[in-house]
Design a protein around this ligand. Structure first.
Ligand SMILES: [Zn+2]
Length: 124
């Protein structure tokens, strides 16, 4: 039987809110998407947002967007953690080499992700 969490318990770990909440002022000042243009690069359709934070034209594009974030996020999660775990690893050590490999991997994956989005936009 699963234990029920205690509603009056004190949170032991800080869990950051989502990026769109955390960086809401910055996203509002410099949005990486155009208002009323679907953020799914394979779609890119103009639409009338029913909410100010709506970035996909429809539920199908939103599902594809979530799947894209999940796919790329899953690839980058372990190297992001390894990078942070080795933040203070001394240079020239095996741990330092691993940390640099994790950082290079993340940069490579970010570039590949952006290239994939641009390619999907061109294909659409
Ligand atoms: Zn769309």
């Amino acid at each position: 039987m699963r234990e029920q969490p205690c509603a009056n318990g004190v949170a032991r770990h800080f869990v950051p809110e989502g990026f769109q909440t955390y960086a809401a002022p910055e996203l509002a000042a410099a949005p990486p998407w155009a208002a009323g243009v679907c953020f799914n690069p394979a779609c890119g359709r103009d639409f009338a947002p029913s909410r100010s934070w709506q970035i996909y034209c429809c539920a199908g594009c939103e599902r594809q967007g979530v799947a894209e974030l999940r796919r790329w996020g899953h690839r980058m999660a372990l190297p992001l953690l390894v990078w942070r775990m080795g933040k203070y690893a001394p240079g020239g050590s095996a741990a330092g080499d691993l940390t640099r490999a994790a950082r290079r991997y993340v940069a490579h994956a970010q570039s590949a992700w952006l290239a994939e989005r641009l390619q999907r936009g061109d294909a659409a």
